[in-house]
Structure formats: C-alpha cells, structure tokens
Design a protein. Structure first.
Length: 143
C-alpha cells in the first residue's frame, strides 16, 4: 500500500511539525514502502536523498508517524521492530517470509478467543495486534 506523500506532508504541517529536508526524506521512504522497514532501513534509504540525515531524526519521525496512525510497529526476524504502512484504524499485517512484502488487513474476528483468554486469566484485554507470516503468491510461484 502506498501512502500519499503530499497528504502526509500536509498533515504533519497542520499538526505543527516542521517539514525539514531530513523529515521529508524519511516521510518519502515510508510512503513508498511495500515491505516492513527497520529504522536502519529507513535511515539508509533516506540518506541517499539527504546525506546529512541523522538517525535521531529518523526515530523521531517514525514515532510521530506511528502516533498519527500512518505506520504500525511490526516484528522482524532478528527480534527487532520494523514499521509498516497502516491505513486501517484497527489493522494487522500479513508478511511474506521470502520477499518481505507487507499487506495490511482488517478482519480479525478474535472476539471469542479474547473473551476466553480474559476469563481464563482475569485480564481485561485492552488491545491486541496480529501478524501473519507466509509466502505471497509471487514467491509461491518461484518454488
């Protein structure tokens, strides 16, 4: 899923964030992502456009975009976190284990499971997130 670069820059500006060259470079990388990206991936790609970009700016911008609901944290194989586009208010991600294509989906009818877990544990469940990992159709054809 591609996010709209102009719309996102407008939203950032309207919320009082400065649109520096560095921030614009990070936003551009995120808006064109088709896979989940680590902060290091964003940093490397954005530095091609803006060589004086600092890693702190990448982390701050990713945090802002996450707070805005534009991206969502996802897990990476190495145990670190990555970021993927998030269009749905309550979306989850399907990730190809080979090419890393990342697709957001909304339907996660887990009501019965969440109720059962709450009853068994005594927890009041406030939120959940779901990631599914498999092979996308293109990678299945490459077998």
């Amino acid at each position: 899923m591609n996010l709209n670069l102009d719309t996102l820059n407008t939203q950032l500006s309207q919320q009082g964030y400065k649109l520096t060259r560095q921030r614009k470079a990070v936003v551009e990388v995120v808006t064109h992502a088709h896979t989940r990206l680590s902060a290091a991936d964003v940093f490397t790609q954005a530095q091609r456009v803006c060589p004086d970009l600092g890693l702190t700016t990448v982390y701050r911008t990713l945090e802002i975009l996450e707070q805005m609901g534009v991206i969502r944290r996802v897990h990476l194989e190495d145990g670190c976190e990555g970021f993927a586009p998030a269009a749905a208010e309550h979306g989850h991600h399907l990730i190809c284990s080979r090419c890393q294509e990342t697709i957001e989906f909304e339907d996660c009818n887990l009501a019965a499971l969440l109720k059962r877990v709450a009853e068994q544990t005594g927890f009041t469940i406030q939120q959940h997130w779901l990631e599914l990992v498999g092979l996308c159709p293109k990678c299945q054809k490459k077998k």
